[in-house]
Design a protein around this ligand. Sequence first.
Ligand code: PBG
Length: 338
Amino acid sequence: MAKRETNKMRLRRRPRRMRSRTFVRDLVAQSNLASRDLIWPLFIHAESTPAAISSMPQVQRLDEKSLLARCERASRLGLSAVALFPCLADDLRSADGREAWNDDGLVQRRIGAIKREFPDLGVMADVALDPYTEHGHDGLLAEDGSVLNDETVACLARQALSLAGAGADIVAPSDMMDARIGVIRESLEHAGFSDTLIVSYAVKYASAFYGPFRDALGSAAKLKGDKRTYQMDFRNRREARLEAELDVEEGADMLLVKPGMPCLDIVRDLAELSPVPVLAYQVSGEYAMLAAASEAGWIERTPAVLESLIAFKRAGASGIVSYWAAEAAEALGELTGA
Ligand code: PBG
């Protein structure tokens, strides 16, 4: 027996023992991250070359060829899906966003191209009118400038049907209108798209962290007012439960919480109460903060990115939508002691 040093305390519990060796740390790690946990959001446009987005370093609006190259990388890395967001030319934007349900629209064409080349890669398509409206809101506007609920829901159902018809595996309503999940589910069933999944952005707060995304879509300058009459007030927690319960009742297959890191408490709440899996969206502003701080040399990029993603898993998320998805999947080995 090793001789006791006289200046040592006799402790029964030394939590540090469990952290003292790499293999023990890896053996008992409670949360883990796999490339299958990740969904990669990609911005697309109809141009023939990619374009930079100033508030999101290294993220681009992609032309078809570079989009397919990203999808090849996503498949190779084993990411579960890509999520498409279009940046439209001004002349395709209108008051009612009708381009959203054009079966030959940009997103619809790109979904077809991806599914032809990478049939096993999941494709998620956003359901909301903001890329398509000239005013940048997610729904239709009344004369007084308010956002109409029921009339918008009818448009969203048309958009969801068009995206499902183009081959989207998942339609993801991000608009926060009341009752849209039920109406979309009903329309999909009616049209025979019974295998199309609905990921509901059930709990979406009106957030300052969406700023860079609106730059990417070109809707920041267009947006009149804000989205606080439909997106949730970030001072509230109870309401998240109501939104989640309604969407589950209406037929959502998964729920999504957004923004991500500011809402880890909500991810945890939903993970505990929801009968369906919960995803988190690490949004554009969160990406921009990590990118900026690491570019300035203030934080170390890869460890910070992995830590931020593990935080969602620890909170109970089944998966994460993140602009870091591919880079994180490439760096997964760094999570363990290896
Ligand atoms: C809009 C939509 C937004 C995001 C996803 N879908 C922005 C908004 O509500 O204005 C934000 C994603 C991000 O910031 O990364 N329907």
